[in-house]
Design a protein around this ligand. Structure first.
Ligand code: PLP
Length: 452
């Protein structure tokens, strides 16, 4: 039997053992999951919660800082952190206070607030773009900028990279199959065939990018500065320069989605690496999880947008939302940026990310496992293949559903929460060295058992 086959056999046995342990340790969560199936579709408030690794999800009662407690009284070190929504740590005190004070003074009015100005000014300082608008989710921010890009360029399509994720934006739920743009597997009810709205190439493929942009029908390239939703796939040296050159030469707008890559520093990857997007979107963590997102424009694009939207039609353009820009969200963003996701906090979070990465690498080396670990600021990912991926397709081909589920459950059973969809860990300002070292210990234990 090959080493890989032997490891899979061990993984299957371990998974059975861990599933039993999970059931034994979580009777109250099981009870609630049973009750939930009577009133909630698939027994969960949001369908993707079926993807947690146990036979049912854990129900949380209390979350503070980098820890939470479940209904069975078990405490966890949380490295999932709401898949970035709580990268600030849970319920950070300055944000809780700002939100409580603001809620007592009004939540939404359809009027501007001083908080909006403070946030716009701070986002400009951080990301360098001079004009901002607000939304409630990063999905909405992306949806709105795709419309705006089509509007100001007069072009119909968006270009995205294979295996990207930008939220539930119709145009981005595509896949490349045999060189054709088709709907991504699992896409529910796509409104039109994807090749009508979308061009798609592999990440880091400059030649394909230039070829697709040469059609002259792409309004914008929408991309993260490194793919983060199929593991982390960094840009190869020179890729960002080529992307910026190709978009400029073809009159295509470049939209950088910093929703996850904010983990790279206070101004995201854009500031850390001197990128020059025309439009930037960011959401999730900027309000400590209070629904909030922002999108910013270069001076040139801002002028084109302002000149092209008629005042009397500004509420019917397909962009907005009654609650977008509400003062409660903006108070949360203001407090988060001022007191929680500060320059000093990022320096510490990134150090913890380095410590986490070292711990995982040591365990991989100790057992000579064909795995690798990648870090982007305070975000760390491990992938169960030896070679570092260059494209999203490489990363997808390296995914191992069984090992993913086993590692998640193994960690969960030992008081550690990772993201459910891949092997991602995030450090928050409240994460401690002891939390990181506990993960290292558990990961090393799992690696030893799997290595046999
Ligand atoms: C890069 C990126 N952009 C946008 C989104 C959408 O965020 P939301 O689901 O909060 O709208 C996600 C969600 O995971 C994301 O990873």
């Amino acid at each position: 039997m090959s080493d890989a086959a032997a490891m899979h056999e061990r993984a299957e046995r371990l998974l059975e053992r861990e599933l039993e342990r999970f059931e034994r340790d979580h009777p109250r969560s099981r009870e609630l999951a049973g009750r939930a199936s009577a009133s909630l579709l698939a027994g969960v408030p949001m369908h993707w919660m079926v993807r947690w690794p146990g036979r049912y999800p854990v129900f949380a009662v209390d979350a503070h800082g980098a820890r939470f407690t479940d209904v069975d009284g078990i405490e966890y070190a949380d490295f999932c952190l709401g898949d970035t929504g709580a990268m600030t740590g849970h319920a950070p005190e300055p944000v809780v206070r700002a939100v409580a004070e603001q809620a007592a003074r009004g939540i939404t009015l359809m009027l501007p607030s001083e908080a909006a100005l403070a946030v716009g000014e701070e986002l400009t300082r951080r990301f360098g773009l001079p004009r901002w608008q607000f939304a409630l989710t990063a999905t909405d921010a992306n949806r709105f900028v795709v419309r705006i890009a089509r509007h100001v360029t007069g072009r119909p399509k968006v270009l995205v990279f294979n295996w990207c994720y930008h939220g539930t934006v119709d145009e981005t739920f595509a896949a490349l199959r045999d060189g054709r743009v088709v709907e991504r597997e699992g896409n529910i009810g796509p409104p039109v065939p994807l090749d009508e709205t979308t061009r798609m190439v592999e990440w880091n493929d400059v030649e394909a990018l230039e070829r697709e942009l040469a059609h002259g029908d792409v309004a914008c390239v929408l991309t993260e500065p490194a793919l983060t939703n199929i593991g982390v796939v960094p840009a190869e040296p020179g890729f960002h320069e080529a992307l910026r050159r190709a978009t400029r030469e073809t009159g295509t707008l470049l939209v950088i989605d910093e929703t996850h890559t904010l983990c790279a520093g206070p101004g995201g990857f854009t500031r850390a690496h001197g990128l020059e997007p025309d439009i930037l979107t960011v959401g999730k963590a900027i309000g400590s999880g209070i629904p909030s997102a922002a999108y910013g424009f270069s001076a040139d694009v801002a002028a084109r947008v302002e000149a092209s939207i008629d005042r009397d039609e500004s509420d019917v353009g397909g962009i907005g939302g009654t609650l977008a820009g509400n003062v409660l969200s903006l108070a949360a963003v203001q407090a988060t940026l001022r007191h929680v996701l500060t320059d000093e906090a990022f320096a510490r979070m990134i150090e913890l990310g380095e410590r986490f990465e070292r711990g995982v690498q040591d365990a991989i080396d100790a057992h000579a496992l064909p795995w690798h670990v990648t870090r982007l600021g305070c975000r760390v990912e491990y992938l169960f293949r030896a070679e570092r991926p260059v494209t999203g397709s490489d990363a997808a081909a390296g995914a191992d559903g069984l090992l993913d589920r086993l590692i998640h459950l193994y960690a969960l059973n030992r008081g550690i929460l990772l993201t459910p969809f891949h092997n991602m860990a995030l450090m928050s300002p409240a994460t401690t060295e002891a939390d990181v070292d506990r993960h290292t210990e558990v990961f090393a234990e799992a690696a030893a058992e799997l290595a046999g």
